[in-house]
Design a protein. Structure first.
Length: 569
């Protein structure tokens, strides 16, 4: 009997130790499983957080760039005012003198005093002695007029000639005006034209000179085009510049496809393609505005001339170019809401506008790209477009082809690890079948990860077998064998319930993920359908613009026939 008591005591100790070990093993397995699940969840959250953080950094950088651009813009304009403020005074004085002479309400003495004062305030500026020339000519002071004219021509022969040509035309000195016009054309190099030369084209095109002036202009233009076409790759360079210009007109629009932006792995390509497709409508409106036949050509000649003269005397001087470039860049950054890359892209497309001297084709391109900076109006833009048509049309065809070639054939999705590909969402049923199969596979894998606690089950079986052994071999220990049996069965049920509970939790979690993912997938498919529809609609607008460009008749603006233009190219 004593031996039985000792055995009972020893067995209790062993049972207790085994239970403790089993419990520890079970808890460890459970913790490992939870850690794996937690790790996966953290990884997913970190991916989302990283995406949001990157977007935050991007927006923050744009906000800071916007603030810096606004500050710089104010400082640069102040520098322009300090360094070249007197130039602006001279320009205003030029317009004032012309208006005063027309009205007959300004005395010769007042004009003389004002112009001579400008000579002192703006040394080196060609417009100051040019104004003295006009003032002395009005009062018949031949000696001063000749001296001032000589000084103005010395400072800037071309601009002085241009200015006097327009003045003579305004004062109805038609022969003198034609002579100054010939002087302007005579010394021009088609590869190195002054920026203000666009004014001459503008004036002649608007019919502000004698009919012979148009013949002079067209004769030189045809000759220049022939010379330019002889230079290797020159026309190709112009076409490339037009392609870049078209690309720079891509509109900035708030993204409507928020799910695709978040869950499409090739969203950048999709977004760029949509921007490029939307460009066709922008370009169509742009060219319609230029060649719109409803524009008014019947304005009073004096008003037209005032407009051209105003452009001449208000355009910034070569000395101001560096500051004007910086002003323009910061202005673009502000317009693009802090997007420096987009601003720089537009600036690159406009860079030739800021060159002091450009070739003839570049002069025309500048007039079209940015008339405000190049000093051109709608009439000159129409002239430029009509002359440049032979390379605008193929450049636009190239741009359209490039845009279409870059359109992604498929939309790549990654939703909670589910990777799928679709062209236009038409394979919706197939996607959902794959989606269900994917999460079913995840469920199986996650279920397999649930610890089975084999050691615990073996321990429970051990207790059950021990109880049976005691029951048949030790009749006096029936109660003890019953306790061990109940414990073994209870422990087995406990382990089984724990496993089922863990399995149920995994099922619930995976089903929640599946449900959320299914909603997102459905939303993505809807956006893909809308995206493809919009892309097709926007792309179709390219045909209308092609028809518009093809309908332009160059003779209406330039006197150059299509055949002549083709022969030149």
């Amino acid at each position: 009997m004593a031996n039985h008591v000792i055995s009972y005591a020893d067995l209790s100790y062993i049972n207790s130790a085994l239970r403790a070990i089993s419990s520890d093993v079970s808890e460890i397995n459970s913790e490992i499983s939870l850690l794996k699940l937690s790790h996966q969840s953290i990884q997913a959250e970190l991916t989302i957080l990283a995406s949001k953080f990157y977007q935050f950094l991007k927006e923050d950088a744009k906000h800071k760039a916007l603030q810096l651009a606004e500050t710089r813009q104010g400082n640069l304009k102040q520098d322009l005012h300090i360094k070249y403020g007197y130039y602006a005074e001279v320009r205003r004085l030029a317009t004032g003198i012309l208006q005063g002479v027309d009205a007959g309400i300004v005395s010769d003495g007042a004009i003389r005093m004002a112009t001579e004062e400008m000579m002192l305030k703006a040394p080196g500026y060609w417009l100051a002695p040019a104004l003295v020339t006009i003032a002395s000519w009005i009062r018949n002071d031949k000696s001063t007029c000749e001296k001032a004219l000589k000084e103005a021509l010395r400072r800037d022969d071309y601009r002085t000639s241009l200015f006097l040509m327009l003045i003579m035309r305004r004062l109805k000195r038609m022969q003198a005006s034609t002579k100054w016009l010939e002087r302007c054309f005579m010394h021009q190099d088609p590869f190195n034209l002054e920026r203000e030369f666009i004014i001459i084209l503008e004036a002649v095109t608007m019919g502000l000179f004698l009919p012979s002036a148009r013949q002079i202009m067209m004769s030189h233009i045809k000759n220049w085009l022939e010379i330019i076409s002889q230079k290797e790759n020159f026309i190709e360079e112009q076409k490339l510049q037009w392609v870049n210009f078209f690309a720079s007109k891509a509109p900035i629009k708030e993204n409507e496809y928020v799910l695709l932006e978040k869950f499409s792995t090739n969203w950048n390509e999709l977004e760029n393609s949509l921007k490029e497709a939307r460009t066709h409508e922008v370009l169509s409106n742009y060219f319609k505005d230029i060649i719109n036949p409803s524009r008014d050509f019947s304005k009073n000649v004096v008003e037209q001339l005032d407009e051209i003269l105003n452009l001449l005397v208000t355009n910034f001087d070569d000395e101001e170019l560096p500051l004007q470039k910086e002003v323009r860049l910061n202005q673009l950054i502000i317009q693009m809401e802090g997007d420096k890359a987009a601003a720089q892209a537009v600036m690159d497309a406009e860079k030739n506008i800021y060159k002091e001297k450009v070739n003839f084709l570049q002069l025309l391109a500048n007039a079209t790209f940015n008339p405000d900076i190049s000093g051109a109006n709608k009439v000159t833009q129409a002239l430029a477009v009509s002359i440049c048509l032979p390379w605008i049309i193929p450049a636009y065809e190239t741009f359209t082809a490039q845009c279409r070639n870059k359109i992604p054939a498929t939309v790549e999705l990654d939703i909670d690890g589910f990777k799928a590909t679709t062209i236009d969402g038409s394979n919706q049923n197939e996607l959902f079948e794959k989606h269900d199969a994917y999460f079913q596979q995840i469920l199986l894998k996650e279920t397999e990860k649930i610890p089975q606690n084999t050691a615990g089950y073996l321990m429970a079986l051990f207790f059950i077998l021990i109880s049976i052994f005691i029951f048949y071999n030790y009749s006096s220990l029936y109660f003890f064998s019953a306790v061990i049996l109940i414990f073994g069965i209870g422990f087995f049920i406990y382990l089984l319930n724990k496993y089922n509970k863990a399995k149920k939790a995994v099922n619930q979690r995976i089903n929640e993920r599946k449900e959320k993912s299914s909603i997102i997938l459905n939303g993505c498919i809807t956006e893909i359908v809308d995206y493809r529809k919009e892309l097709t609609l926007e792309d179709a607008k390219s045909e209308k613009l092609s028809e518009l460009l093809a309908s332009i008749v160059p003779e209406n603006f330039t006197g150059i026939s299509r055949e002549t233009a083709r022969n030149i190219i």
